[in-house]
Write a protein that binds this ligand. Structure first.
Ligand code: NAP
Length: 250
C-alpha cells in the first residue's frame, strides 16, 4: 500500500466505477468508493477490496449537491488522507427519446450530475492536489462517452451534449493545472455492458447494437477500468489532456 495513493471513484459501487475501484485497489490505491443511492453495492465493493488486503471506504454523496460533496471530501481527508487521484465516473442517462419529446427537468438532471458533479469534484480535488496549494499533485480522469463524438441522435442528444461539456472541461482544466502537478484526462467508453442501459429503459441495448461495432461486441467494465487506472498511474506521467476512446472502433 502506497501512502500517497488515495483515489476517489465517484459512482464506485456499480458498473465501470466498481471495476475501477477494484482495479485501483489492486494497484495499491486506497480507494474512496462514492455512491448516491445504492449503499449495498458500494459496501460490496469495499468489502471485496478489504478481503483482498486493500483499503477502501464507502462514502455517500450526490455529486450534484455541493454540501454533500464538501462533506464527502472532508471525510476522505480524515479517514484516507490527502487525495492524489479522482475518477469522475458518476453519470446518468435518460430514456431514449428525440429532442422534441424532452423536458427541461430531464436536461437539468443530466447536466447537474454529469457536468456540475464533475466540476464540483474536480474543484475539490484540485484544491487538495495542487502543488501551488501545498499538495503533492495528482491525476484526474473524467469518464466521458463516445456519445460526445457520435451525438446519440434519436436517443439522448442531451446526454451527448453533457459529455461534450466533460471533454471541453478536460482540455481546459488539463492546461490550467498542468504546472501544478495535476494531469487531467478523459476516457470515452462506447457500448459497455453495465446497468446504465436498463436505467435508460433498454436493458438489451448492448446486444442489440453490437452489430454496429467494428469489433463485433460490447465492452466490459473492466476494459475501461484498465485504461482509467493506467491514466492515474505514474506510467502515464506525460499523458494529460487526452480523450481516450474505448469503443471497439465505433
Ligand atoms: P451504472 O452501472 O448505471 O452506474 C452508475 C453509477 O453512478 C452508480 O454507481 C451510481 O450510484 C452513480 N451515480 C449516479 N448518479 C449519481 C449521483 N448523483 N451522485 C453520485 N453517484 C451517482 O453506469 P456505468 O455504465 O458504469 O457508467 C459510469 C460512467 O460511464 C457514466 O458517467 C456513464 O455516462 C459513462 N459511460 C457509460 C457507458 C456504457 O455503455 N455503460 C458508455 C459511455 C460512458 P448508485 O449505485 O448509488 O446508484
Amino acid at each position: 500500500m502506497d501512502a500517497d495513493k488515495v483515489v476517489l471513484v465517484t459512482g464506485g459501487g456499480r458498473g465501470i466505477g466498481a471495476a475501477t475501484a477494484r482495479r485501483a485497489a489492486a494497484d495499491g490505491w486506497r480507494v474512496a468508493v462514492n455512491y448516491s443511492a445504492n449503499m449495498h453495492a458500494a459496501d460490496e465493493v469495499v468489502n471485496g477490496i478489504r478481503a483482498a488486503g486493500g483499503t477502501a471506504l464507502a462514502v455517500q454523496a450526490d455529486v450534484a449537491d455541493e454540501a454533500q460533496v464538501l462533506r464527502m471530501f472532508e471525510r476522505i481527508d480524515g479517514e484516507l488522507g490527502r487525495l492524489t487521484g479522482l475518477v469522475n465516473n458518476a453519470g446518468v442517462v435518460a430514456p431514449g427519446a428525440p429532442l422534441a419529446a424532452h423536458d427541461v427537468a430531464r436536461w437539468r438532471r443530466l447536466f447537474d450530475i454529469n457536468v456540475i458533479g464533475t466540476l464540483l469534484c474536480a474543484r475539490e480535488a484540485v484544491r487538495r492536489m495542487s502543488t501551488a496549494r501545498g499538495g503533492a499533485g495528482g491525476g484526474i480522469v473524467n469518464v466521458s462517452s463516445g456519445a460526445a463524438r457520435l451525438g446519440a441522435p434519436g436517443e439522448y442528444v442531451d446526454y451527448a451534449a453533457s459529455k461534450g461539456a466533460v471533454d471541453a472541461f478536460t482540455i481546459g482544466l488539463a492546461k490550467e493545472v498542468a504546472a501544478e502537478g495535476i494531469r487531467v484526462n478523459a476516457v470515452r467508453p462506447g457500448l459497455i455492458d453495465t446497468e446504465i442501459h436498463a436505467s435508460g429503459g433498454r436493458p438489451g441495448r448492448v446486444a442489440q447494437l453490437a452489430h454496429q461495432i467494428p469489433m463485433g461486441r460490447g465492452g466490459a467494465a473492466g476494459e475501461v477500468a484498465e485504461a482509467i487506472v493506467w491514466l492515474l498511474s505514474e506510467q502515464a506521467s506525460y499523458t494529460t489532456m487526452s480523450l481516450l476512446d474505448i469503443t471497439g472502433a465505433r
